[in-house]
Write a protein that binds this ligand. Structure first.
Ligand code: PMV
Length: 355
C-alpha cells in the first residue's frame, strides 16, 4: 500500500474516526495562516511521509494565508476541479493543481485501497471527485510559504466537509503529507515542528509555543513573485544527498532551535534576530555546496542584504530570513516601523499577533 495512505489510515484508526464514511456536509471551509520559519526545515529522513531530519520553528503570519472551500462533485464528474483566486486551473502540468490532486487521493474512496461505495449526494460511486477553491493573499510559490497555508487550509476544509473532528495535532500530521512546513500552519504565533523520533511519523507534528510577542513585526520584501525555478522538495533532497556539509547543517539547526527558544523565553529580540538570520544564511550557504549548486537569491536579494546590514550598523534592529525564493522577510519591532519604511518603502508589514 502507498505509505502515505497507510499513514493516513493509522491516524484515522488511532483517533477512532472512520476512514470510509462519506462526507457529512455539502461543503467544508478552512483558513490557515502562512508561516515563516525562523529555524528552517531542510532535508527529509523519509520523503514519503515528509519526516524531517531536524526540528524547526516558525511564526505564523496572522491573517495572511489561504482560505479553502471544498465540495464533492456529483456524477458524472471524472476529475477534480481546482480554482486558485477565482480562476480554474485547467493545465494538466500545473504543479499546484497536481499536488492538490495527489493529496486528495489520500482521502477519496478507491477500489484499490479497499474502500468502496462512498455515497455523495445520493450518488454511489467508487471514486469521489472534488471542487477545491483556494484564495491566497500571498504570492504563490515565491518562497512565501503559500503551499504551507494551502495544505493546512485544505486539511481543515476536508475535516469540515467530512465532519471528522480531528484535533489540531492530527490535522497537523495530515497537512504534513501535503507539504512539510504545512504542519506548522495549524496555529497562530510561534510554532515548533518537533521532528519526532519514530519511523512511523506519528510523533512528527507542530506544537504551538506559548510565547506571545505583540510588538514583533514581519516585513515582506518582494523581489520577484514568479514561480521559483526549483521546488523546495527537489532542492532539499539534492542538498541532503550531495552536500558534504549536510550533517553540520543539521547540528547547527538543532542548536539554533534551542537558542531561539531561549531568546523567546528571555524576550531577547537581538538574539532572536541574530539566530534567525544566521540560520537562513547557513541554509543558503549550504545550498551553494550542493551539486549542482542551488541559489535562490538574485542580485536584488543580495543588494537588500547589504542595505539591511548597513541599516543595522546605524543602530536599527532589523534582521532577515529567506526561504526557497529570492524574497526577504524582515524581523523587527513595532517601534521601528517608520525607520523601516524610510529604508524599505515597499515593505509590506505584518503584525503576526494583531495590532
Ligand atoms: O514544506 P516545504 O516542502 O514547502 O519546504 C519548506 C522549506 C522552507 O520554507 C525553505 C523552510 C521552512 O521551514 O519553511
Amino acid at each position: 500500500m502507498n505509505p502515505k495512505i497507510e499513514f493516513v489510515k493509522k491516524i484515522f484508526s488511532r483517533a477512532k474516526i472512520s476512514y470510509s464514511n462519506p462526507p457529512k456536509h455539502l461543503e467544508g471551509n478552512g483558513f490557515a495562516p502562512a508561516n515563516i520559519a525562523l529555524c528552517k526545515y531542510w532535508g527529509k529522513r523519509n520523503s514519503h511521509l515528509n519526516l524531517p531530519e531536524a526540528s524547526s520553528l516558525s511564526i505564523s503570519l496572522g491573517n495572511l494565508g489561504a482560505k479553502t472551500r471544498i465540495r464533492c462533485l456529483s456524477a458524472p464528474a471524472s476529475e477534480d476541479k481546482v480554482f486558485l483566486n477565482g480562476t480554474e486551473i485547467t493545465s494538466a502540468h500545473s504543479e499546484f493543481k497536481n499536488r492538490i490532486i495527489e493529496f486528495l487521493d489520500l482521502f477519496r474512496g478507491r477500489v484499490s485501497d479497499g474502500v468502496t461505495d462512498r455515497v455523495t449526494d445520493g450518488v454511489s460511486d467508487k471514486t469521489i471527485y472534488y471542487q477545491v477553491e483556494t484564495e491566497v493573499n500571498i504570492p504563490v510559490a515565491a518562497g512565501l510559504a503559500s503551499s504551507a497555508a494551502g495544505f493546512a487550509a485544505l486539511v481543515k476544509a476536508l475535516d469540515a466537509l467530512y465532519g471528522w473532528e480531528f484535533n489540531l495535532r492530527e490535522l497537523s500530521m495530515l497537512a504534513r503529507l501535503g507539504s512539510g512546513s504545512a504542519c506548522r500552519s495549524l496555529w497562530h504565533g510561534f510554532v515548533e515542528w518537533s521532528k519526532g523520533l519514530g519511523s512511523d511519523g506519528i510523533d512528527s507534528h507542530g506544537i504551538p509555543l506559548e510565547f506571545n510577542w505583540p510588538e514583533i513585526r514581519i516585513g515582506i520584501l518582494i523581489v520577484d513573485s514568479t514561480q521559483k525555478a526549483i521546488s523546495s522538495r527537489v532542492a532539499m533532497e539534492k542538498t541532503r544527498t550531495t552536500s558534504a556539509f549536510f550533517e553540520s547543517w543539521k547540528k547547527k539547526s538543532e542548536e539554533d532551535l534551542l537558542s531561539l527558544k531561549g531568546a523567546l523565553r528571555d524576550r531577547d529580540f537581538v538574539r532572536l534576530g541574530e539566530i534567525t538570520e544566521s540560520n537562513a544564511l547557513s541554509l543558503h550557504a549550504l545550498m551553494l555546496t550542493a551539486s549542482p549548486a542551488i541559489m535562490y537569491a538574485n542580485e536584488a536579494t543580495v543588494s537588500l542584504w547589504h542595505k539591511l546590514w548597513e541599516a543595522r550598523k546605524s543602530g536599527l534592529n532589523v534582521y532577515f530570513t529567506e526561504d526557497a525564493g529570492p524574497n526577504l522577510k524582515l524581523l523587527f519591532l513595532k517601534q521601528d516601523i517608520e525607520r523601516i519604511l524610510s529604508i524599505f518603502p515597499n515593505c509590506q508589514i505584518i503584525a503576526p499577533f494583531g495590532d
